[in-house]
Design a protein around this ligand. Structure first.
Ligand code: C5P
Length: 404
């Protein structure tokens, strides 16, 4: 990142303090940061602290005559290699999506000719609101990049998606975007090596009903699978994403089929055949309740009820031996120990071509970073800790190489 110039726009929100840490990390990598703050951001961090860290003055008022004389807002928006909005509130994204320019930050977003990366942080309900999701889709369609927020406990006491990703993850994404901008990697949509190929991706958990109010589930967030579907689509593939119950919006250009149970997932995968590529990322429940009670099961006041289970179909194994088997079938293995050994055994047992093995003993499930091994009949490849989007992009690149 040496010598790269980042224009950092800080909008208001409790996560604004993390922008300070981000500036420190960017500086450490040799990037220079020029900061702009919205008025509301100044209630959370001071221009002084941001200015000390950036080693520059902090811009904020568009009508400041001196600022305009010395460096006009058009200039400010063009002098950077990347415009980074962090944290990005629902408000600033709504304005940017609609071309509203009523302060310096939003004017810069309208005037810039550089790539813009939004790093959202907001309350979970604001994040899921259809207005916000509509604005995100507009921003992405206009060429902006938007990071997925983390899931977890929020400052307001609620729980869900909307937390600002940790600064090292944001740094990794910035590094990746700068590399793309420098032409080292194809941008989403550019260079479409998988054009004309069909892909099926499964993602998320499945929910297996026990009775009308209870179900068996697991902690899968669906993020890795959604990112893979997005990366395959960006590489030109025609993607069907079969998604279990998750709170994520589908990446652009992906056909999404929502399912609840393993059996529904299998039917949706079958319906999406034929395909060239199958990437089975879903954390399919291994078992379902043997009988799906039509009425709520009651406590009888004595011993706890035991729950008879039936095994679910193994979609990956089924697709690997299917008479319309895709040319490349990839499974995932989430393990908590002996990751590679278990993955190699799974490769043979399931009959797929590759296993992407990950260690889920930490907070991989629901988190935004993943460390994977690619296990094939040729051996094992170890990838470093990477944001899930980067794992997806590399996997899509490796799939393209294999198929072309
Ligand atoms: O056997 P295990 O669940 O560890 O295998 C994981 C891999 O198999 C993942 O790719 C997952 O999507 C797939 N799988 C499946 N159907 C199941 C269980 C797992 O497709 N019933």
């Amino acid at each position: 990142m040496n010598g790269k110039r980042i224009l950092l726009i800080v909008s208001g929100g409790i996560a604004a303090y993390k922008a300070l840490e981000l500036v420190r990390l960017l500086n450490r990598e040799g990037a220079s940061v020029r900061a702009v703050m919205t008025d509301s951001a100044k209630s959370f961090v001071t221009p002084l602290s941001l200015g000390v860290l950036t080693g520059d003055r902090v811009f904020g008022d568009m009508l400041d005559a001196t600022e305009e004389q010395e460096i006009g807002h058009i200039q400010l928006s063009r002098d950077a290699d990347l415009v980074l909005v962090c944290p990005a509130t629902a408000n600033i994204m709504a304005k940017a999506a609609n071309g509203i320019a009523d302060d310096l930050a939003t004017t810069l977003l309208l005037a810039t000719d550089k790539r813009v990366l939004f790093v959202p942080a907001m309350n979970v309900r604001m994040w899921h609101h259809s207005a916000t999701q509509r604005n995100l889709a507009t921003l992405r369609a206009d060429g902006a990049l938007v990071m997925e927020p983390d899931e977890g406990a929020m400052a307001c006491g609620e729980w869900g998606a909307g937390r600002l990703p940790e600064p090292p993850e944001i740094l990794a994404r910035v590094r990746q975007v700068l590399a793309q901008e420098a032409g080292a990697l194809p941008l989403p949509g550019e260079g479409r090596p998988l054009a004309g190929r069909r892909a099926i991706v499964t993602a998320g958990p499945t929910h297996e009903p026990i009775d009308p109010v209870r179900y068996i589930a697991n902690r899968s967030s669906g993020r890795q699978g959604f990112a893979i579907a997005g990366a395959l689509a960006a590489a030109g593939a025609d993607v069907t994403l079969v998604a279990g119950p998750v709170s994520l919006s589908a990446p652009p250009g992906v056909r999404r089929v929502d399912v609840q149970t393993a059996r529904e997932m299998q039917a949706a995968v079958e319906a999406a055949l034929p395909a060239d590529i199958a990437v089975m990322v879903a954390a399919v429940a291994d078992w379902r309740a043997a009988s799906d009670a039509k009425q709520k099961i009651k406590k009888d006041g004595t011993a706890p009820a035991s729950l008879p289970l039936a095994e679910n179909p193994d979609i990956l194994a089924h697709i690997s031996t299917h008479d319309r088997r895709p040319a490349l079938v990839i499974g995932f293995a989430a393990e908590t120990e002996n990751v590679v050994e278990h993955a190699a055994a799974k490769l043979a047992r399931k009959g797929c071509d590759w296993i992407v093995a990950n260690d889920v003993s930490g907070d991989v499930m629901g988190g935004s970073v993943n460390r994977v091994h690619i296990v094939t009949s040729d051996g094992v490849e170890e990838w470093p800790d990477l944001p899930k989007e980067e794992v997806a992009r590399r996997l899509a690149a490796r799939i393209s190489e294999t198929l072309t």
